[in-house]
Ligand binder design. Structure first.
Ligand code: MN
Length: 245
């Protein structure tokens, strides 16, 4: 049985072909998978709540719900676009929301799953923004605001999010190795899978004098990556390739 990982789909009306691909993925062979993990930034817009009517969000939620009725092993870790998403998301989508750092066992190996933004600790501006969004105050107040106000705020945040990632030097917005290793040590893992940086690849290093691996998932802006894991093997492929297997 295969386990699937995707992240950084950034589904939006600007890329209708990616939305179609997502639907094909969820309606096809993935339904027989052991589990499907979405490691954040499924939505392109800042998530405003379960009542989000921004297209194509209601469509996406329907697809998740239909999938979960066949395969309940559907999980999401919040990306930086989904910081306001909470456990109640399951009631509308059937999708279980996992903690920012979650350890699973994959083919007998402990694997740390994360969106990846929390490892980018050199981006001090972003971490400050994230702490504000994660504060008890924001998490209490934001969901209680009227729908239109939440939408207006999300539009206000949009240029801010875009601008900041374009302006910053590349090494600032990449994973900080020390922060990553700290999280891995705390979780007792030698293996991590995350997205967010849009720099897909397999990175090997030493941790505790033992081999450690970091897999970074690709985004769906140009490509559309899915990581397929089965019997200890991990294959990164295009969704179109996966669908014809
Ligand atoms: Mn991200």
């Amino acid at each position: 049985m295969e386990t699937l990982f995707i992240s950084d789909l950034h589904l939006s009306p600007a890329r209708p072909e990616k939305l179609e691909l997502f639907k094909n993925l969820l309606r096809g062979r993935a339904r027989q998978a052991a589990a499907l993990y979405i490691l954040g930034d499924l939505f392109d817009n800042f998530w405003v709540g379960n009542d989000d009517r921004t297209p194509p969000n209601p469509d996406i939620i329907q697809e998740l719900l239909a999938f979960s009725q066949v395969n309940e092993n559907l999980f999401i870790i919040r990306g930086n676009r989904e910081l306001m998403l909470d456990a109640s998301f399951k009631t509308v989508s059937g999708c279980t929301v996992l903690a920012d750092n979650t350890v699973i066992e994959l083919d007998g190996v402990k694997v740390l799953l994360s969106h990846g933004d929390i490892f980018c600790s050199r981006d001090i501006g972003y971490q400050r923004y994230r702490r504000f969004m994660e504060s008890g105050f924001t998490r209490y107040v934001f969901p209680r605001l009227p729908y239109r106000l939440r939408i207006a705020l999300s539009h206000g945040l949009r240029p801010l999010i875009r601008k900041s990632s374009v302006k910053k030097p590349k090494d600032i917005i990449d994973v900080d190795q020390v922060t990553l290793e700290q999280a891995m040590l705390e979780c007792g893992v030698q293996y991590v899978i995350h997205g967010h940086t849009h720099r897909p690849g397999l990175y090997r290093f030493q941790l505790n004098d033992r081999a450690a691996t970091r897999i970074v998932l690709g985004d769906w802006y140009q490509d559309d990556a899915v990581l397929v894991c089965e019997k200890g093997e991990k294959k990164a492929m295009r969704v179109a390739e996966y669908l014809v297997l």
